[in-house]
Design a protein around this ligand. Structure first.
Ligand SMILES: C[S@@+](CC[C@H](N)C(=O)[O-])C[C@H]1O[C@@H](n2cnc3c(N)ncnc32)[C@H](O)[C@@H]1O
Length: 407
């Protein structure tokens, strides 16, 4: 560990040893120490990248995960970030590491950052430890031997709750070593999966998988096929392929168990259909607003063809006026459409957002001049945690900004 990181750890330890009569989680110094430790962390090739770790933290928080497992701790960079999430949800992360020196380093860092109450490092071979772990788990991060991903997953699968989120690292760079695993999570109807890139420092990505059901209940294959057909037909008519973003939106909405969603800019309705599938599962509703009445009407018929009209409503008209008149609190937002409107739209709904809300801003990576003000506004770490996500296909340059409302 480098000198600066050690110095930060000592300051944190000194601060935590002073009894100020405040809870650790309310102590801003403790938060600062953790953030400084994360910012100054000198990454080695095996450490999870900062952007990937932020994605993991947001996934833990947004899904209000209570019992997580990490396979492969290494120097605990991922565990520290997920640990902050689990501390907020009141949950616990068990992280399994085979290498004793890594176990000791990880425990030391977690203790110094006062995260040892939220994270337990379990020493051992995951292939032996996982089958013996008891209880149910709602969050998994797989990041050890690439060819063993399917074995880790199969050991954990009987212990996964419905609604569990499974994040698997290096699924682009090492895809060839985990074909069985990727085929399974991408094709089994009991899971929704999407592969994205958070960091651009590694030519790699993370697959996010959502467990739709435990497999005991049947799935309506005809309905799935009918909806796929509508999505394919709508996609064929657009030059802007949004399929990856749309599945990501669906997974985020279902992982967060979102109940009241708003979409600003319906476009071709593909995203609305995907989110609609999630809201149908959570028992929630989505309202999509678009200023273009032709788009709104085309999207309405796609939504009807997808049998989602009870879950998704489409409102035409002046977006800002519609937003100003919204009632109630929202926990999921998709911002799309006119980039000049991102900031005014965001401000129009900001006081209607629940703590823990997820906001996904589309087209946030290319030609960002128009949304500079919006990006600066949401990048306030005390209020919002953010991560840019890009599609697996590098040829698709644009991506989304995922924003988590911390409080
Ligand atoms: C890529 S690193 C993990 C990085 C870590 N998840 C992070 O967030 O920085 C992989 C780790 O998996 C550990 N590992 C490899 N095989 C294992 C096994 N069978 N059981 C447990 N840990 C294992 C390695 O020792 C190594 O520390």
């Amino acid at each position: 560990m480098k000198r600066r990181a050690l110095a930060i750890l000592s300051i944190c330890t000194a601060l935590s040893s002073i009894n100020l009569g405040v809870l650790a989680e309310d102590d801003p110094k403790s938060i600062e120490c953790r953030q400084e430790f994360i910012d100054d962390f000198k990454h080695r090739i095996m450490d999870t990248a900062a952007e990937d770790a932020m994605l993991l933290r947001i996934l833990v928080e947004a899904s209000t995960a209570k019992r997580g497992v990490e396979v492969g701790t290494y120097r605990a960079f991922g565990a520290i970030n997920m640990g902050i999430g689990f501390e907020r949800t009141g949950g616990h992360l068990y992280t399994v590491e085979i290498n004793n020196s890594m176990v000791l380093k990880a425990r030391e860092s977690l203790k110094h950052l006062a995260l040892d109450k939220s994270v337990t490092v379990v020493e051992g071979d995951a292939l032996k430890v996982l089958p013996k772990m008891e209880g149910e788990y709602d969050f998994v991060f797989i990041d050890a031997v690439k060819r063993d991903y399917m074995r880790y997953f199969k050991d954990l699968e009987p212990k996964l709750s419905t609604g569990a989120v499974i994040a698997s690292d290096n699924t682009i760079g090492s895809a060839g070593q985990m074909k069985d695993f990727l085929t399974y999570v991408n094709t089994d109807p009991h899971y929704d999966s999407v592969t994205i890139r958070a960091t651009m420092k590694k030519n790699d990505g993370i697959t996010i998988t959502y467990r739709i059901s435990d497999g005991k209940k049947g799935v309506d294959k005809d309905l799935i096929a009918a909806r796929d057909k509508v999505i394919r037909a709508a996609s064929a008519k657009t030059k802007y392929p949004t399929a990856v973003d749309s599945i990501l939106l669906r997974i985020l909405a279902e992982a967060a168990q979102a109940k009241k969603g708003i979409e600003i800019g319906i476009g071709n309705g593909i995203a609305a259909i995907n989110m609609g599938i999630a809201f149908e599962r959570t028992g929630g509703t989505l309202q999509s607003v678009d200023g273009d009445s032709e788009l709104a009407s085309a999207a309405r018929s796609n939504i009807k063809a997808a049998k989602l009209e009870k879950t998704v409503t489409v409102t035409g008209g002046d977006t800002l006026k519609v937003l100003a008149n919204l009632d109630g609190k929202y926990d999921f937002v998709h911002i799309n459409g006119d980039k000049n409107n991102y900031l005014p739209c965001f401000k129009a709904i900001e006081d209607k957002l629940k703590a823990g809300a997820i906001i996904v801003a589309d087209n946030s990576l290319v030609d960002t001049d128009d949304i500079k003000g919006f990006l600066a506004y949401v990048k306030q770490p005390a209020l919002y945690e953010t991560v840019h996500l890009r599609p697996e296909n590098k040829a698709l340059k644009d991506g989304v900004l995922v924003i988590y409302k911390v409080r």
